[in-house]
Design a protein around this ligand. Structure first.
Ligand SMILES: [Zn+2]
Ligand SMILES: [Zn+2]
Length: 222
């Protein structure tokens, strides 16, 4: 899926970016060739240009992260915009000029546009998003940072009872005394039990799987 999106970028850039900026646009996209968050943003932006005029992404800044949802400032040759991204897709979220979309504001715990602006200022001087954000200290599935708990249900979370994979080892059934888990209440109960036992935080060195890269066709089907 990500490999496909990455492959489509070339054509999207040809149609969406002014001729003289296409080389720059492609180079930036390639810098992030292994980063699903960035690829999803590039793909979303170039598939549906926010102002329906040719434009070129010049940089990304990560502003907020919560429950695997990342809020980015996307700077372009013409302007800048907000995009909400996760490992599976990205969507337009407003612009510094018009304000951040209200549901996104609330999702990140800001009561109003003013409190968001207060935290981030005028968005100048912020460190650019680096591609290695995704290759080293971040869970590639739920995007928790090293030392943090995974989002409950993340396939990389290690089982605190057997040290297997929490979403697939038998411990969850044993702990709940059931043969299948089908309700939210059961999941909440399991989370509570795992918490009591001592949930295992993300450790990049031991838990990071070999992650399919954008150029690796053998690992991507569909
Ligand atoms: Zn995770
Ligand atoms: Zn287990």
């Amino acid at each position: 899926m990500i490999a496909e999106k990455f492959a489509e970028l070339d054509l999207l850039i040809e149609y969406g970016v002014p001729q003289k900026e296409q080389k720059q646009a492609r180079e930036l996209a390639h810098t992030f060739g292994h980063d699903p968050l960035a690829i999803n943003i590039f793909h979303s932006f170039y598939s549906s240009l926010p102002e329906a005029v040719e434009d070129c992404i010049t940089g990304l800044v990560l502003l907020e992260r919560h429950q695997g949802q990342m809020l980015f400032l996307v700077t372009t040759s013409r302007s800048s915009y907000f995009y909400l991204a996760n490992h599976d897709h990205a969507e337009y979220g407003g612009s510094p000029r018009e304000g951040l979309r209200e549901d996104i504001l609330h999702f990140y715990g800001f009561a109003a546009q003013k409190s968001f602006e207060k935290k981030h200022g005028d968005f100048t001087g912020l460190a650019p998003y680096a591609p290695d954000f995704i290759t080293s200290k971040v869970c590639p599935v739920c995007y928790c940072l090293e030392g943090e708990l995974h989002e409950f249900g993340c396939p990389l979370e290690v089982c605190p009872w057997c040290e297997g994979q929490l979403i697939s080892c038998p411990c969850r059934f044993r702990q709940l005394g059931v043969n299948e888990i089908s309700t939210e209440a059961q999941l909440a109960r399991l989370q509570e039990l795992a918490h009591k036992k001592g949930r295992i935080v993300f450790d990049a060195a031991s838990q990071r799987p070999a992650y399919p890269t954008a150029g690796d066709e053998s690992t991507e089907t569909q």
